[in-house]
Design a protein around this ligand. Structure first.
Ligand code: NAP
Length: 233
């Protein structure tokens, strides 16, 4: 029986590499982007439920694996209007954390109702542990939220065969990292990474595929770092 997967942020970057990593596996994958797959903008509070229902329909009523990968890395400097700063904070929280939380809830309720096991893979970030720049408090907080949520799910539902993993990439070569690297001095930032380079999307995809399909159940609750030793815990 094919494994049915819902992958958010599948259109590009890490998500596209994750989708590609399943090409030799027996899976049916539904992807989401703002304009591709099932088009969804997580800034809209109604979007996660609508996406879940459409994905469930497209997968004949069964989703086995949820991969919450979609995310934004937007700047929010202190020297803007307070209302704008709060609006930026809430947008990042909604897209990066609340939408993922809603999808996790819907997935867990689905598995509980059907009496089936399931797996959740949440894309967090090194920023969850190390923090981020002064213009990215909201990003770091949203990713720390992903880690705390993943651990809570792992502890709460392991007995029901519901497993949860979080992945914490450091800089990974995508549009998101390109902009950031350029804004922070490019090559100079690499000096902070003992491996001497940022991660490839394929490297992160290897971890996501492993957690989605074959990580041993005893690993549930694990938070996996992939950052070239730029932050070791
Ligand atoms: N790249 C890094 O250095 C790095 C480091 C640590 C963690 N991460 C995390 O890894 C994940 C993927 O990052 P990436 O670098 O691959 O990002 P990316 O290349 O910028 O791609 C982001 C993905 O999220 C989707 N997305 C963006 N805004 C959305 C919204 N409002 N509603 C729904 N979907 C939205 C995009 O869809 P569209 O293409 O349709 O817009 C796209 O598929 C993110 O959660 C990110 O925080 C990345």
């Amino acid at each position: 029986m094919a494994t049915h997967i819902l992958l958010t942020g599948a259109s590009r970057g890490i998500g596209a590499a994750i989708a590609e990593s399943f090409k030799h596996d027996k899976v049916r994958l539904i992807g989401q982007g703002t304009r591709s797959g099932i088009p969804t903008d997580f800034a809209d509070p109604k979007a996660p439920v609508a996406l879940w229902n459409k994905a469930l329909d497209a997968l004949d009523g069964r989703i086995d694996v949820l991969i919450n990968n979609a995310g934004v890395f937007e700047t929010n400097p202190l020297d803007i209007d307070h209302e704008d700063w709060v609006a930026n904070w809430e947008r990042t929280m909604r897209v990066n954390l609340t939408a993922s939380a809603e999808l996790c809830r819907l997935a867990i309720c689905h598995w509980q109702a059907e009496g089936r096991p399931g797996r959740i893979v949440n894309m967090a970030s090194r920023a969850a542990y190390r923090g981020d720049s002064p213009a990215h408090w909201h990003y770091a907080a949203s990713k720390a939220g992903m880690v705390g949520m993943t651990k809570s799910i792992a502890r709460g539902y392991a007995r029901q065969g519901i497993l949860a993993f979080a992945i914490c990439p450091g800089f990974t070569m995508t549009g998101m990292a390109d902009d950031y690297l350029a804004s922070r001095g490019g090559e100079k930032l690499l000096a902070d990474i003992p491996l001497g380079r940022v991660a490839d999307t394929d490297e992160v995809a290897v971890l996501a595929r492993f957690c989605a399909l074959s990580a041993p159940p005893s690993m549930t609750g694990a938070v996996l770092d992939i950052n070239g030793a730029s932050y070791v815990r």
